[in-house]
Design a protein around this ligand. Structure first.
Ligand code: ADP
Length: 385
């Protein structure tokens, strides 16, 4: 089966075509690419982007055609707890969730409709970033705010990066030979956006992102956790500040960028190694915040069997992993420095034999996870969950 994996942004469309066997885990990549500048004179809208993509695929796939499309959808709200086959009704439901994800869901809807127009018979599957976290218990997903916030506006914790946390949990359980339903771990997904999830008995129990992806860890350009009074104080004190502008500041001009001057971990690390104090401070802040979460989540899941690092920083930055684990001695975590140092695309153990908790590096692959979920649903022909 050929599966087209689509990740639609407001101005870009990333795609991958994967070939899968009937029961495969994600298959191999046949082609991939990105169509940029959607909404410009070059590519007017998502429909035109899809026409462009259809022509590209004709060339790149030597006339073979795709059998299904799998879409990354950021927000599934409380409605979606698993991937679903996209019907018109499902697409309308995703549209209804736009107030929760005004930056992300509109693009997903445009992408779904554009694929529908281009290939009307093609089965489409939606895979939600929030779905994995639907197992969080109520005392975890509630904010202690007046009931109306939740009732009227759906203000609660949702969590994101679920496709990655789910995938990485499965890989780690298999690697350690533990049945997933008896596997508890802490997964740190550290990319430009970063989140950490407490996985209890194979399911999400808690996660650091909340109502939006702004909460939790110190990220490339996002604050992570912040006293909400900071928002009201800045709005009151700065006469020019608007909610929209402040949203931008907290999402795009904060985190590593605000402290160290760059959002890119490689640049921050290089600067710190040259003796740049602000860069050093940014790294300490990010490592400390993550270590605090790991400690808390170890307790939350009644003792994690593993700490798992994934995504750009988690997979590649040995020094950051060490910085975090050095703060976790109280949990009995010990790294094996020789195992931690080398770069690799393989799943691997980096803890010392006497470590109380296994520490693993597990490469994430959200496209592969989306392709696998898409193939499973289409082959099974199951209706929407
Ligand atoms: P995204 O969230 O955009 O998918 P990635 O998972 O690709 O992000 O992670 C991007 C981050 O990973 C950046 O901060 C980048 O600097 C960092 N990164 C990638 N390779 C390395 C490396 N070799 N050492 C340190 N950081 C790295």
């Amino acid at each position: 089966m050929l599966v087209l994996v689509v990740n639609c942004g407001s101005s870009s469309l990333k795609y991958q075509v994967r070939e899968l066997e009937a029961d495969a885990d994600g298959g191999t990549v046949l082609t991939s690419g990105v169509i940029e500048n959607i909404g410009s004179s070059q590519v007017e809208d998502h429909t035109q982007a899809l026409e462009l993509l259809a022509r590209r695929l004709e060339d790149e796939l030597d006339g073979r055609t795709v059998d299904a499309a799998g879409h990354r959808v950021v927000h599934g709200g409380e409605r979606f707890s698993a991937p679903v086959l996209a019907t018109n009704e499902i697409i309308r439901d995703i549209e209804r969730l736009v107030p929760l994800a005004p930056l992300h869901n509109p693009a997903a809807v445009l992408g779904l409709r554009a694929v529908q127009r281009t290939w009307p018979q093609l089965p489409q599957v939606c895979v939600f970033d929030t779905a994995f976290h639907r197992t969080m218990p109520e005392h975890v997903w509630r904010y202690a705010v007046p009931e109306g916030f939740y009732e009227r506006w759906g203000i609660r914790r949702y969590g994101f990066h679920g496709t990655s946390h789910d995938w990485v949990t499965e890989q780690a359980a298999q690697f350690l030979g533990v049945p997933r339903e008896r596997f508890s771990c802490v997964v740190a997904h550290l990319g430009n956006g970063a989140s950490v999830t407490a996985v209890k008995d194979g399911a999400s129990y808690d996660t650091s992102m909340g109502y939006t992806p702004l909460a939790g860890l110190v990220m490339g350009t996002r604050t992570g956790d912040l006293d909400p009074s900071v928002v009201t104080a800045v709005l009151r004190r700065d006469g020019q500040m608007t909610p929209e502008r402040l949203d931008d500041v907290l999402n795009k001009e904060s985190g590593l960028r605000a402290i160290a001057g760059s959002h890119d971990m490689r640049a921050v690390r290089e600067a710190a190694e040259r003796g740049d104090e602000r860069a050093g401070l940014a790294l300490e802040m990010a490592a400390y915040r993550l270590a605090k979460y790991v400690g808390g989540y170890h307790v939350a899941v009644d003792g994690a069997q593993a700490l798992v690092f994934t995504a750009g920083i988690g997979e590649n930055d040995a020094a950051f992993r060490k910085q975090v684990c050095d703060r976790l001695g109280a949990l009995g975590i010990r790294l094996d420095d020789d195992a931690n140092a080398p770069r690799s695309r393989e799943i691997r153990r980096i803890s010392a034999p006497d470590s109380a908790i296994e520490v693993l590096v597990v490469p994430t692959d959200e496209e592969q996870a989306i392709a696998a979920a898409t193939a499973a649903l289409v082959a099974g022909g199951r209706p929407g969950a």
